[in-house]
Design a protein around this ligand. Structure first.
Ligand code: HEM
Length: 250
């Protein structure tokens, strides 16, 4: 705790905290996208994956707490860095390079704030089902939570699908600059590979954002999964009543 406090007092310490917490979240974003893309394999694959994630509640909560701590530290120290930079800079910019670096920092702060809003909404949407409580009652034929139906129903709403799309564009911009800046912080962005690393960071960010974006886009543009949802809704309507009505003998 003391080491963290000491580290957080120096500029380079703050940079390292932002870089390390960013790396943890970046790895999560890669894994989460691969997991989510199973939606294209159909309800069986994604529902099975969802059930697998919930087999150990203790492990799930440890992962959630690690991610939440990383998110909190990342936002806090990034904001502290922005404040520190603002205090340290003279009012007038002498060089064009300084103006450009200010723009990219400002862009990081804006895309970061939108992403923070997105993550809060996303958790209320698909994890706690606070946005639509009916999602909690979606179960497939095997009694598992019907993640496939939830995702299709969720993205059938054009406002939600549109918001996810905007957030994914922000994700692309944030990761593209973030990965580049991460390489710089950890000293891997040498002059020799500067162009390649910038290009690599941009390509990775585009692939990730496109992977995520493909799901709401498929639901909105190709009506992906709507047939399955209609089937499940029908099955729900025609399901036998759990308690048969027995009329008392007269
Ligand atoms: C099309 C895009 C996305 C889809 C379809 C999607 C889908 C889901 C689903 C279904 C869950 C609930 C898992 C469960 O509890 O069964 C979830 C949880 C979560 N998602 Fe996403 N997600 C998307 C994008 C993102 C992005 C871009 C991020 C991060 C920037 C993200 C971060 C999270 C987090 C942190 C959780 C909570 C994990 C947990 O505690 O269980 N998601 N997502």
């Amino acid at each position: 705790m003391n080491a963290l406090a000491q580290l957080s007092r120096s500029s380079i310490g703050k940079k390292w905290i932002v870089a390390l917490t960013g790396l943890v979240m970046f790895l999560f974003v890669i894994g989460h996208m691969i997991g989510n893309l199973q939606v294209f394999l159909g309800p069986e694959a994604i529902n099975n994956y969802g059930a697998l994630l919930h087999t150990s509640p203790e492990l799930l909560w440890i992962i959630r707490l690690v991610l939440l701590s990383c998110l909190g530290l990342h936002v806090l120290f990034a904001l502290l860095m922005v404040i520190e930079n603002r205090k340290a800079r003279p009012v007038q910019y002498a060089k064009k390079a300084n103006v450009q670096s200010k723009l990219s920092t400002r862009l990081m702060a804006i895309t970061g704030m939108v992403l923070l809003g997105f993550v809060i909404f996303h958790l209320l949407h698909f994890t706690s089902h606070s946005v639509d409580a009916s999602y909690a009652g979606f179960h497939d034929e095997k009694g598992r939570h019907d993640v496939f139906r939830m995702v299709v129903v969720g993205f059938s709403n054009p406002v939600y699908a549109g918001f996810y799309a905007v957030a994914m564009v922000m994700l692309c911009s944030h990761l593209s600059h973030g990965a580049w800046s991460w390489l710089q912080t950890v000293g891997l962005r040498t002059k020799k590979v500067a162009d390649e690393s910038s290009r690599g960071a941009r390509i990775l960010a585009i692939v990730l954002a496109a992977g995520y974006l493909s799901i709401p886009a498929a639901v909105q543009l190709t009506k992906f999964g709507r047939g399955y949802v209609a089937e499940r809704e029908n099955a729900g309507q025609h399901a036998p009543s759990p308690e048969p009505q027995i009329s008392p003998a007269k």
